[in-house]
Structures are given as C-alpha cells and as structure tokens.
Ligand binder design. Structure first.
Ligand code: PNS
Length: 172
C-alpha cells in the first residue's frame, strides 16, 4: 500500500518553503497528500478553489503528490485516508509552541496518528505565507520565494497602481 503522509496547511499562498518540504518528504514517503484547509474563518486571501488550483498546477508533473482540500478536523480527514503521519515544516523556535500544541491535540484526538516535523531548508526559514502576502501587498518583490504563478496571482489580488508596478519592473 505504501507509506502516505498528509501535509496539511492553509497554503495561503503556497511558498517554496512548502514545496521544499513536499519534495524532501517524497524521499521518505511513497505518497504525499497536500491537504489544504478550507478554513473561511481564517479569512484567507485566496479562496479554497484558488489555493487548490495553484498547488495542483505546481505539482502537476510531480508523481506521488496529491492535492486535496478538507473541512473540519484534520484527524477526521486523515482517518479517511490510509495515512498514519501528519507532516509539518518547522522553521525556527517560534513555530515550536504552536506546532507542539497542534500535534498534541491531534494525538489526543487520535492516538494512532503521529506528527512528523521536518526542518525548513535554510533558504526558506524566513518565508511564511503571512509575510509573503504583506510584502506583496506593500509592493515588495517575492520572486524566488514563491513560484512565478503565485507571484502573478498575488499581483492580480493586490492590483498595484501602474506606476508602482513599473518601478518594481513588473510591467516589462
Ligand atoms: O498553515 P497553517 O495555517 O499553520 O495550518 C494550520 C492547519 C490548517 C494545519 C490547522 O489549523 C488545522 O489542522 N486545521 C483544521 C482544524 C483542526 O483539526 N483543528 C485542530 C488541530 S489543533
């Protein structure tokens, strides 16, 4: 049946930090399911359909990666698959407390599941979806931190004035 890992998150939007974790996880697992939380209460910038489309585009040529969405409890979603492992990336010590709480809660909800943490690569340890959105909204460049198609979607979302886009070299 093979070893399956569920990689859950908001992916609002997906970054190279996330992609790096998926690619490295494929060295360990036979299949990785990128599970995008349909969490409207978090007021995401991108709708669930937009986040699914971006992630599916990015992994369309990567075998053994499935992109899916889920609503409600993560453990209930995982139970519907044959995965035993929840995969999360850990950046710096600041991530630890949140991740420790979440992993402990998930384990108390389902003792058959484990959360596995992978250290984010040094190139991306400062990259988060939240800061990507903030920088993009304020007209900063996020090239190299998110795939080009995400850069384009961010530009569309924030529709910067033409003068600012020219200054950033985006209208070339
Ligand atoms: O990328 P994020 O926002 O840090 O991901 C958080 C996510 C989506 C993995 C987490 O909020 C989650 O699992 N939500 C589903 C609801 C749930 O199961 N909550 C209990 C876990 S503490």
């Amino acid at each position: 049946m093979g070893k399956v890992a569920i990689y859950p998150g908001s992916f609002d939007p997906i970054t190279y930090g996330h992609i790096d974790i998926v690619e490295r996880a494929l060295e360990i697992f036979d299949k990785v399911i990128v599970a995008i939380a349909d969490n409207a209460e978090k007021r995401p910038l991108f709708s669930i359909e937009e986040r699914l489309r971006m992630a599916r585009d990015i992994f369309k040529e990567t075998p053994h990666v499935i992109v899916d969405s889920f609503k409600g409890l993560l453990v209930d979603y995982v139970a519907k698959t044959n995965a035993k492992v929840i995969l999360r990336g850990l950046r710096a010590t600041s991530d630890f407390e949140y991740e420790f709480h979440m992993a402990s809660m998930n384990r108390s909800l389902n003792t058959h599941l484990d959360t596995l943490f992978m250290m984010t690569s040094k190139d991306y340890f400062f990259v988060s979806s939240r800061t990507i959105k903030e920088v993009a909204q304020l007209g900063g460049g996020v090239e190299g931190l998110v795939p080009d198609l995400v850069v384009r979607r961010l530009k569309e979302k924030f529709k910067l004035p033409i003068a600012k886009r020219k200054q950033m070299g985006w209208d070339d």
